[in-house]
Design a protein around this ligand. Structure first.
Ligand code: SF4
Ligand code: SF4
Length: 398
């Protein structure tokens, strides 16, 4: 496989030369100004952050993408997918469309601010998916968000940062977690069947778990029973039993080794691009506000390094590889999670360490590197890339 092109604009700016102007330069380098035609449906897959996290993707960048699509008379639609669980309180939840849109509005993402519809690609409950068979080591089918089938072009517009479970939150994660429904999200989190303690159940007058079960596989007659053949491990029932019924009638024990979790996510990514068609995907990594946690954390630690810039590519492996390399080259912020390490060292390994489930002792993670290696093994893309600097113009010094 030959080297993949990764286009890059750095963070240096000046008058008439903002990051939004630079994003437009990347847009043209990717050929999107020619590919998007009148009335083509352009899905823009991003993450609206969690309430309390101030390091998420800035809405103005998404608005710029929307405006670029409209300038070509395309039809832009912002898409995201539901998180696991149910009912995390005011602005806290991202687990149904209603919860997520309320939280997204608090973070600045509405149809009004974006100038485009916002849709959950896996439906109200996160279970509107279609099954893509794959021959993975960990999963044999991937539940891909049904709405994606309607897209002519998919722009995977990712905030590049760390991630507690898989080391790196980049393009591959935006595909492998962000574009799948709850079942496939659960698969990479190492699910077990919910544990039923029927004697704790409050009985039919409660029924809260029944109301939130998207597959209708719960009966309470007179105590809870679950038909596990239809369970998608969404843990809605676990959440409401604990928080609303204040019972321990349903509990869950999750956990897997981080490498298995990471590989499952990559297998999900394979199902997404092959289920939809690789030719429809275009990738951007926004490497601004790069902290060690995912945007889904309801806080946002300080940046690990100064802002890098924005990357764009047709290759999801190459773009994440280039993003890691430039992050490692950068000077660390001295009081950040990787402040003690030198430029050139592996920042995400230090900043997103593995906690040993038994001892709690943390060791440097390898998951971000495993994402790249395994994605290359599965033929998703290549780690070999050519970095092409798209902004030749020097910034104005004020
Ligand atoms: S929510 Fe809990 S207590 Fe209520 S019916 Fe379901 S299992 Fe029983
Ligand atoms: S029984 Fe399964 S599908 Fe139903 S709410 Fe619980 S975890 Fe979800």
């Amino acid at each position: 496989m030959s080297d993949s092109d990764v286009w890059f604009v750095n963070r240096q700016v000046g008058p008439q030369y903002s990051m939004l102007d630079k994003l437009e330069i990347l847009w043209k380098k990717m050929g999107l100004n020619k590919i998007i035609k009148k009335n083509k449906r352009v899905f823009i897959k991003t993450h609206f952050g969690a309430y309390g996290n101030l390091m998420y993707m800035r809405p103005a960048l998404l608005r710029k993408v929307v405006d670029l699509v409209k300038a070509q008379k395309g039809y832009p639609i912002l898409v995201e997918s539901a998180g696991l669980g149910y009912g995390a309180g005011l602005y806290g939840g991202r687990t149904t469309a209603a919860e997520y849109f309320r939280m997204a509005a608090a973070n600045g993402y509405t149809i009004g601010t974006m100038g485009a519809p916002i849709v959950l690609l896996d439906g109200y409950w996160g279970t509107d998916t279609f099954s893509v068979p794959i021959s993975g080591n960990h999963v044999k089918n991937v539940e891909v968000g049904m709405a994606l089938r309607d897209a002519d072009v998919i722009i995977v517009f990712t905030h590049f940062k760390g991630h507690g479970g898989t080391g790196m939150g980049g393009t591959l994660k935006n595909l492998g977690i962000g574009c799948v429904g709850k079942y496939s999200k659960a698969m990479m989190h190492g699910p077990q069947n919910p544990i039923v303690n029927a004697e704790e159940c409050r009985g039919p007058e409660c029924r809260k778990c029944i109301d939130v079960c998207p597959t209708r596989c719960i009966t309470v007659d007179p105590k809870i029973e679950i038909n596990f053949d239809r369970c998608v491990h969404c843990i809605h029932c676990v959440s409401v039993c604990r928080s609303e019924a204040q019972s321990k009638a349903i509990t869950a024990e999750w956990g897997t080794d981080p490498i298995k979790s990471t590989e499952t996510m990559i297998e999900n990514a394979l199902g997404v691009i092959d289920g939809i068609g690789r030719d429809r995907f275009y990738y951007f990594n926004v490497a601004l506000d790069i902290s060690e946690t995912c945007d889904c954390a309801p806080f946002g630690p300080m940046a690990l390094t100064p802002d890098l810039g924005i990357f764009a590519s047709r290759d999801p492996v190459a773009i994440d590889t280039a993003s890691i390399d430039l992050l490692n080259d950068a000077q660390p912020v001295t009081i950040s999670a990787c402040g003690d390490i030198q430029p050139g060292e592996d920042k995400l390994a230090i900043a997103t360490p593995w906690p040993d489930p038994h001892t709690g002792k943390k060791t440097p993670t390898q998951c971000h590197l495993r994402q790249l290696d395994y994605a290359e093994e599965l033929g998703i893309g290549t780690k070999k890339y050519k970095l092409r600097k798209a902004d030749k113009r020097k910034p104005t010094i004020l």
